[in-house]
Design a protein around this ligand. Structure first.
Ligand code: MRU
Length: 357
């Protein structure tokens, strides 16, 4: 089994997802700048995984600050935290994880250096561990929603590659398969970065779970032919009312699901729920460079001079979502009521996030 991200004595080791499926290569990073570049350049991606990466980036950089005068440590911490917070704007897990690291720093800032550095490392490792535990719990809750035999359409990659391990939407699939259910996955290719074709197909195929790749435009045809029993996707940020930002193209899958009376489920940890954001309209949507859209496999496919757009996420309105599967249970509409109810058990941590300046 591969490791998406791991803490080692040499530094933070990440599977380079840009190279999959052709090459399984790992990068070792020892600075906040290096980890920030890796998040921005999509070496590591997926909402929970970039949260873990940011936490480890802060911690790994701090291990090397022993010679920094005590009075300068807070400024050094802030610089690294701000750098990591500025990498990608949509997935709230990034800010949630940085906020946890900030609170850890505050609690231990007066400790001698070894204690402070160890506390930051421990907090980053806890975020990593807790994410895997959350995915397992989400799998247990979510697999109960899947029929004994079913065909599931997913979009993007919400698997082990997008998390510390096991996955959110794909964790639910894995749990259902482990429970003896017969699950076949349809993976939308997810233009332009091809998370579905390259990553979801790679990890499910490795696990021996049947997976079929379609181009994004083929989904309607599959629904019409009654080949989809349910949809299961991850999330980058869920607003207080249940509106859900996920990879661009998710909204059209949800519209098709509603038109064909197929349930559309979101699986995400409570760290993805942002109670401070009232509706989907308030979620910042990342705009990436046009080159990722204008080129396929390094070759330009759009005529020079033609305008290209690249919103990296879209928002699925709450009315199209049948349920949101979390590690604490399954939230049903009205989400304005069920989501704060679930997060209320979080000892007041969920929803308090450090925003980029
Ligand atoms: O741009 P990406 O690859 O980071 O986008 C990832 C997604 O949209 C995932 O579906 C989402 O983060 C859920 S991951 C468990």
């Amino acid at each position: 089994m591969f490791q998406t991200i791991e803490w080692t004595d040499e530094g933070v080791v990440m599977l380079d997802q840009r190279r999959l499926p052709e090459q399984e290569t790992y990068l070792t990073l020892t600075s906040a700048d290096g980890v920030a570049a890796a998040i921005r350049d999509m070496v590591i991606r997926g909402a929970p995984a970039i949260g873990v990466a940011a936490a480890m980036g802060i911690a790994v950089a701090f291990q090397r600050y022993e010679d920094v005068p005590v009075a300068e440590r807070p400024a050094r911490f802030d610089r690294d935290a701000s750098l990591l917070a500025a990498t990608r704007p949509t997935a709230v897990n990034l800010f949630w994880a940085i906020d946890r690291m900030r609170r850890c720093f505050q609690s231990h800032r007066l400790d001698p250096f070894p204690g402070l550095a160890a506390a930051l490392k421990q907090e980053a490792l806890a975020i990593h561990e807790e994410d895997i535990d959350a995915n397992r719990a989400m799998g247990a809750h979510g697999s109960a929603l899947l029929p004994q035999s079913c065909r599931v359409l997913t979009h993007c990659n919400a698997g082990a590659l997008a998390t510390a391990g096991y996955g959110t939407a794909l964790g639910v699939v894995r749990a259902a398969v482990e429970a003896g259910k017969k699950v076949a996955v349809y993976a939308g290719e997810t233009r332009p970065f091809l998370q579905g074709a390259r990553l979801t197909a790679w990890e499910l195929h490795k696990d021996g779970i049947p997976v079929t790749v379609l181009t994004d435009g083929m989904a309607g045809h599959l629904f019409q032919k009654k080949e989809i029993d349910l949809c299961l996707v991850g999330a980058d940020r869920i607003a207080r009312n249940g509106d859900t930002a996920n990879k661009i193209g998710t909204y059209q899958v949800a519209v098709l699901a509603r038109a064909h009376e197929v349930p559309f489920y979101v699986a995400a940890p409570t760290s993805t729920i942002d109670l401070q954001t009232a509706t989907g309209g308030d979620i910042p949507i990342e705009e990436r460079g046009p080159a990722e859209v204008a080129h396929i496999g390094g070759r330009r496919v759009v005529p020079e001079g033609v305008r290209v757009i690249h919103p990296a996420f879209d928002v699925t309105p709450n009315r199209l979502i049948a349920a949101i599967i979390t590690e604490r249970g399954v939230a049903r509409p009205p989400f304005e009521v069920s989501l704060p109810g679930l997060c209320g058990q979080a000892a007041g941590t969920t929803g308090r996030v450090a925003r980029p300046a």
